[in-house]
Write a protein that binds this ligand. Structure first.
Ligand SMILES: CC(=O)N[C@H]1[C@@H](OP(=O)(O)OP(=O)(O)OC[C@H]2O[C@@H](n3ccc(=O)[nH]c3=O)[C@H](O)[C@@H]2O)O[C@H](CO)[C@@H](O)[C@@H]1O[C@H](C)C(=O)N[C@@H](C)C(=O)N[C@H](CCC(=O)O)C(=O)O
Ligand SMILES: Nc1ncnc2c1ncn2[C@@H]1O[C@H](COP(=O)(O)OP(=O)(O)OP(=O)(O)O)[C@@H](O)[C@H]1O
Ligand SMILES: N[C@H](CCC[C@H](N)C(=O)O)C(=O)O
Ligand SMILES: [Mg+2]
Length: 487
């Protein structure tokens, strides 16, 4: 039990009806989870409005309500608190409720369109190898040092974030790396957290269904840097034209990384092969098992961050050479016939282009590149033709298939992807709606030394169709089917 007024510490309050001295048992923003003694925070969502569920929450035992608009009829014995922004209030209340766990560890947030999971996960690995207790909040999983938990979001809601950060405190975790998505920033999921650093990877096309325009998407990302404190660091990729934009209004210490332009952390790619990358970072050479140009950027972000957090240069370089690739990011298997299958989470036009260009820069002319790709339903539709165009322009053969159609008709999504294919590439493409069949067909088409790219779902172990999630794992499927074909 804790007093409501203590939970409300630092929340900007407009009006109160009832006593804030009341004790509460827990906080929730979903009426369906409310139990006796809870405080219910009514949030205006994108589908529904939490204010509609205030009375339901009270009938389930809520003793206090935090809302943006006071209900017309107030119920006796219930405390109502009116705030400007319920999501912000929720995040501050969550920090207070879980005893401000972010202040007791060294928290670094990674934002950008692509590379967040890779950078955050590799930092987790690197600091673990350096001997520290480390936490991770990522799309793939949540780690409280060695304990693994399932992730539901890239950046979970503020209650979940603070709950895991408190667990990290209890385990003596010293460093935590977390992905900060644009949805997360926009919905104030990270509000009130004490960040010691922020990393910007890049900004390309995604989520324009949610943010409306690219400028709005950029400004949301920028908000993360605008709110970093003076003693934090902001480390940005200045080869991306929005890198410097992120630094425009930040109070944090500014650092840059780049492969092309001038920067504090600078790298040069000396070798780029399927076995890995040989890089020159500032003046030192380092080899990494990670593959592709884009991973040179990720490695550079990791190098800079590790140095800004106080690790020794020589040690960082040694640890970089030990890093293993992240699940579902350029994860590959080679069959006995020397067919290479790569599973990659590229689900944006830029990521797909990068992965295909990387493969093309490594493969020889007589090795075919067969790409299996689709686009998720209930997500930014304008990505679809772009991805159709990129896939066919940069592969020798393409099989368009379903990603997670969610509530949409799979065939309708595929039609929109096909619209992006240029006439000269028509003959390269075929469409097989069922993903399992598409992967099998790609394997049957492949000749020795050919490369199959299965893009879009990476580490995901399910496929969501019409609201139901079915078991589905690209990597397992392709690995097993290639083995079967070799028999
Ligand atoms: C579009 C979006 O971001 N939605 C998130 C949002 O839900 P919402 O706004 O749709 O909620 P809503 O259904 O409108 O309901 C409004 C409020 O009423 C409440 N409610 C609703 C029904 C009821 O009976 N009782 C009740 O109290 C809900 O709990 C909610 O608080 O707030 C919820 C709680 O935090 C999130 O779980 C939910 O994520 C949904 C599931 C989602 O798919 N989000 C994706 C798009 C997302 O956030 N992705 C990013 C990654 C993006 C990237 O790749 O960069 C992420 O960080 O994961
Ligand atoms: N620095 C980078 N620049 C461009 N593309 C990248 C970069 N790093 C990874 N990618 C590509 O983007 C895909 C997604 O990478 P990753 O999962 O690290 O990004 P993310 O930002 O976490 O994505 P999400 O928003 O879905 O969580 C990878 O599978 C790879 O194809
Ligand atoms: N974080 C991204 C993941 C997309 C993954 C892709 N497989 C899809 O389902 O669209 C999103 O929620 O938009
Ligand atoms: Mg991610």
């Amino acid at each position: 039990m804790i007093a409501l007024k203590d939970i409300l510490y630092k929340v900007t309050i407009n009006a109160v009806a009832g006593a804030t001295g009341v004790n509460i048992t827990a906080i929730d923003f979903d009426s369906r989870n409310i139990k006796s003694g809870y405080v219910f925070v009514a949030v205006k969502g994108s589908v529904s409005d939490g204010h509609k569920f205030i009375d339901t929450a009270i009938s389930q035992g809520a003793v206090a309500i935090v809302c943006e608009v006071m209900p017309e009829k107030l119920i006796d014995g219930v405390t109502y608190v009116e705030v400007d922004n319920a999501n912000k209030a929720l995040a501050i209340m969550a920090s207070n409720y879980y005893e401000n766990p972010s202040a007791n560890l060294r928290l670094v947030g990674v934002t950008g369109t692509n590379g967040k999971t890779t950078v955050a996960s590799l930092l987790y690995q690197l600091f673990k190898k350096a001997g520290y207790k480390v936490g991770l909040l990522s799309t793939v999983k949540i780690m409280v040092d060695n304990d693994e938990y399932k992730a539901t979001h890239t950046t979970p809601d503020s209650l979940t974030i603070n709950k895991y950060l408190q667990l990290m405190n209890n385990e003596g975790v010293e460093f935590c790396f977390m992905e900060v998505s644009s949805h997360g920033i926009h919905q104030s999921r990270t509000e009130g957290l004490h960040f010691e650093g922020g990393i910007f990877t890049n900004l390309t096309h995604d989520h324009l269904d949610y943010h409306n325009t690219f400028a709005e998407y950029r400004d949301v990302k920028k908000m993360f840097f605008d709110t970093l404190p003076e003693k934090a660091f902001a480390l940005v990729n200045t080869d991306d034209k929005n890198g410097l934009v992120m630094l425009q209004n930040t109070k944090a210490r500014k650092y840059t990384y780049a492969l092309k332009g001038y920067a504090d952390y600078k790298a040069q790619i000396l070798e780029n092969q399927f076995s890995g990358l040989l890089l020159k970072i500032n003046d030192a050479e380092v080899w990494t098992r990670l593959i592709g140009n884009f991973n040179a950027y990720n490695i550079l972000a990791i190098y800079g961050t590790a140095e800004l957090l106080g690790l020794e240069k020589v040690e960082i370089l040694r640890l970089i050479s030990e890093l293993e690739s992240v699940s579902g990011r350029f994860q590959y298997v080679i069959s006995t016939e020397k067919i290479t299958a790569i599973v990659d989470y590229a689900h944006t036009p830029d990521a797909l282009k990068n992965v295909l260009e990387t493969i093309n820069s490594i493969r020889t002319k007589n090795e075919e590149l067969i790409t299996v790709v689709g686009c998720g339903g209930d997500r930014d539709k304008t990505k679809r033709p772009k991805m159709g165009h990129i896939a066919t322009a940069l592969s020798t053969k393409v099989i368009f298939t379903s990603d997670n159609p969610r509530s949409e008709e799979p065939e309708a999504i595929l039609k929109e992807i096909e619209k992006g294919v240029e006439p000269q590439n028509y003959k390269k493409a075929l469409t097989i709606t069922e993903r399992l069949q598409a992967i099998k067909t790609a394997c049957q088409m492949a000749q020795p030394n050919d490369i199959i790219l299965i893009a879009g779902k990476g580490h995901e172990t399910y496929q969501e169709i019409k609201g139901r999630r079915f078991d589905f794992d690209d990597f397992k499927i392709v690995q097993e089917y290639l083995k079967e074909l070799s028999k």
